[in-house]
Design a protein around this ligand. Structure first.
Ligand code: SF4
Length: 483
């Protein structure tokens, strides 16, 4: 494809791309995803973040990212690897797919990415952020890490050397050569299978399903921790057929112990003329998969259900409780077994995870601005972005509010001079009404409503709601639509 619009700042500098083939006459082929784009000088591939510059394939998004964000591992549809662990989520720009319902379309579709939304990191900086904030897992996520391959591989290697676990959350439309480069550095693969129906997969995502299933099997056979999920789109893929196809795939080509997530859909991007997936259809899909022999089946983007908890297969004891993006480990040993009956829970643990720091009360006399945000509708999580504009260490505080009490301890985030940080605060109990954030006046801060997990919000709370009803999402206007 030819680059027609003027280059944005983030597109100006290219970084040497891996997995390229010289086809002669200045033409290159990209072997990163199964598209194998053939790219002439001055053109870019389908993803719009890999281009041919002077006969060489370059990555346009190396180190260019949305804001690094502290979240929890449940955000990534990972339930069997250190439940409740804090993670550092790193998203980037572009995608090798173009799903009609993408909920990160403002960043996954490169043509919508504005320079103001792009942050610049080096591999060393990413690892340093995780270390300084006591985070043991880096998640390569959001739009899709496939198209960030060079940066992911280099950063994940550094993280690994620092004792940090790497998580890869992806639609996994990726070539076997690229997977071989990931296997040595990635510990956890959370694979989103967009559909089990080949025709539907092609129509909705503009990709094809076979490499995704083959890739999932490849990393599973390589001994990596794998969890799989599928989005149950209302009236399109929220049926029994999808549940049976997922369960067959996991049971036959992976293993019955592989955690499988049926995820609730919300209308977004080009697919807004519909409703959220009815929860009873998700519950039914889960029942079918369990009846077909899968051991660990969960619902995603659903609150107030027992179907997100983990029970022991040996004695039936409750091992992990979950509420939204929060988890509480009750009965799993350090080596991933039920503490009551010693059955294998297929649960990986991380030793010596640093606890987030908390204080009982705000420091007396501190000059703080306190903002509160109440949960409403489907908004049960918030990204808080803060930047320390002073020349000394600053502390930001946050806590959950419950009716009547408005009390409880405060989580503390330490910020170096000049540091910008983003973290999630997600509803953790049924009775919680919202969140409070206390920020020094020397900091700049903004709040961003999170709609479902693995959603990177680009709108600030103050920007209001652009879509109708309760969805604080950017509105996609089809340029081909007639007035
Ligand atoms: S990553 Fe995929 S879509 Fe992008 S240029 Fe390479 S082959 Fe094409």
């Amino acid at each position: 494809m030819t680059q027609t619009a003027p280059l944005k700042k983030w597109q100006e500098k290219g970084y040497p791309a891996r997995l390229q083939e010289d086809l002669g006459d200045g033409i290159v082929r990209c072997h990163l995803s199964p598209r194998n784009c053939r790219i002439r000088p001055g053109q870019h591939g389908f993803c719009m973040v890999r281009a041919n510059r002077d006969g060489k394939l370059v990555s346009l998004n190396y180190g260019r990212s949305v804001h690094a964000t502290e979240e929890t591992i449940e955000t990534e549809a990972v339930f069997h690897y250190e439940p409740g662990a804090r993670i550092l989520s790193m998203g980037n720009i572009g995608c090798m797919l173009n799903c009609d319902y993408c909920h990160n379309w403002k960043t996954s579709q490169a043509r919508f990415v504005e320079d103001k939304d792009v942050f610049y990191y080096t591999p060393e900086e990413v690892v340093d952020i995780a270390k300084r904030h006591g985070i043991k897992v880096i998640s390569w996520t959001y739009n899709d890490p496939v198209v960030w391959h060079e940066f992911v591989v280099e950063s994940a290697k550094l993280a690994q050397e620092a004792g940090i676990v790497n998580l890869y959350k992806s639609a996994f439309f990726i070539s076997p050569e690229a997977i071989e480069e990931l296997i040595p550095v990635i510990d956890i693969f959370s694979i989103s299978i967009k559909s089990m129906d080949p025709k539907y997969y092609r129509k909705i995502t503009k990709g094809w399903i076979e490499p995704v299933l083959d890739g999932a099997e490849l990393v599973y056979r390589a001994g990596r921790h794998v969890e799989v999920s599928t989005l149950m789109v209302t009236d399109l893929s929220d049926d029994e057929k999808t549940a049976r196809a997922m369960a067959s795939f996991v049971g036959e080509r992976l293993g019955a112990e592989v955690p499988t997530h049926f995820v609730r859909f919300h209308p977004d991007y080009k697919m807004t003329n519909t409703i959220r997936t009815p929860v009873e259809r998700l519950e039914k899909a889960r029942r079918i998969a369990l009846e077909m022999g899968l051991q660990n089946v969960y619902l995603g983007n659903v609150y107030d259900t027992d179907s997100t908890n983990t029970y022991c297969h040996g004695c039936g004891d409750l091992l992990v409780t979950r509420y939204g993006l929060n988890a509480n480990v009750l009965g799993v040993s350090a080596d991933g077994h039920c503490v009551k009956c010693s059955a294998d829970a297929n649960m990986r643990r991380i030793a010596d995870v640093p606890k987030a720091s908390v204080v009982d009360a705000l420091p007396a006399g501190a000059d703080l601005d306190i903002a509160t945000f109440d949960w409403y509708g489907d908004i049960r999580a918030l990204h808080v972005q803060v930047r320390n504009d002073s020349s000394q260490l600053d502390r930001v505080y946050h806590r959950r509010n419950r009716p009547g009490t408005r009390g409880g301890s405060w989580g503390v985030i330490n910020l170096r001079p000049g540091e910008s940080y983003r973290f999630i605060a997600a509803k953790s109990t049924l009775d919680e009404v919202g969140v409070a954030v206390a920020v020094p006046r020397t900091c700049t801060s903004s709040l961003h409503q999170v709609f479902d997990r693995a959603h990177f919000p680009t709108l600030e709370v103050d920007a209001g709601t652009l879509n109708a009803d309760v969805t604080p999402l950017p509105l996609y206007v089809n340029p081909r639509a007639k007035d």
